[in-house]
Design a protein. Structure first.
Length: 231
């Protein structure tokens, strides 16, 4: 939050003087400059495996597991390009951070069918503009002792509907540096992140989409449960 406040003059210039051209640079700044500074300050290192599977020129629907408040910073740091989060509408009301979320994310009211439909249209617009889109398939933070919470269908149906590949990211040992369910309580250490080869979705419908969701779920679950800390 301190880094965001320090960067406010830059955000104001982008939002009010260069709203159309500067937003990509702002997102890149958030994802690759602020995150780098942040991790250096808190003495956490992030080792990314499989980043070579990702094509910088390709737009993806990105998914990741979600366990702590640190995840979204790790997500951004480990992805080579830029993306827009699919975020809950209520997050836009958070002081200071909410303003940034409103301008850099795709907001959705989960209780509104109309809002969901509009969010899909907006995501398609961003994908055509060169962005990727990020969704947590678990829906919210997994605070249980299980490796993953059940996945919702939404991310996989959206990817199939738009015909874009799914990029799968798994954060495997986040509990070693961030206390579950807490926004503070960070410990210095090394976090491992794994990317898989992207999954194609063109032409997938019905049961095939469900099978894809289950396959990805099992792959991510296996990554977490079988992680070797000696890597």
């Amino acid at each position: 939050m301190v880094l965001i406040i320090i960067s406010l003059p830059y955000y104001i210039i982008v939002f009010y003087i260069f709203p159309s051209k500067g937003i990509k640079g702002l997102i890149y700044y958030n994802h690759h400059v602020l995150t780098n500074i942040y991790f250096r300050l808190i003495l956490i290192r992030v080792k990314v495996h499989g980043r070579e599977y990702l094509d910088k020129k390709q737009s993806y629907l990105i998914i990741s597991n979600h366990r702590t408040s640190l995840d979204f910073i790790i997500n951004a740091f480990s992805y080579p390009g830029i993306y827009r989060y699919l975020a809950k509408k209520e997050l836009s009301k958070v002081p200071i951070l909410g303003y940034l979320i409103k301008h850099t994310c795709v907001l959705v009211d989960r209780s509104s069918t109309i809002s969901k439909a509009k969010s899909i249209i907006k995501m398609k617009e961003y994908l055509l503009d060169g962005y990727s889109v990020f969704i947590y398939p678990e829906g919210t933070r997994n605070l249980s002792d299980k490796a993953l919470s059940p996945f919702h269908d939404g991310a996989f149906k959206i990817a199939a509907q738009l015909g874009i590949p799914i990029a799968v990211q798994t954060i495997v040992n986040i509990d070693e540096v961030s206390e579950k369910g807490k926004s503070i309580g960070l410990n210095p250490g090394l976090v491992h992140v794994f990317w898989e080869k992207p999954y194609e979705t063109k032409g997938l419908k019905g049961e095939a989409v469900t099978e894809l969701k289950e396959s990805i779920y099992n792959q991510m679950k296996s990554r977490i449960e079988n992680f070797n800390s000696t890597l």
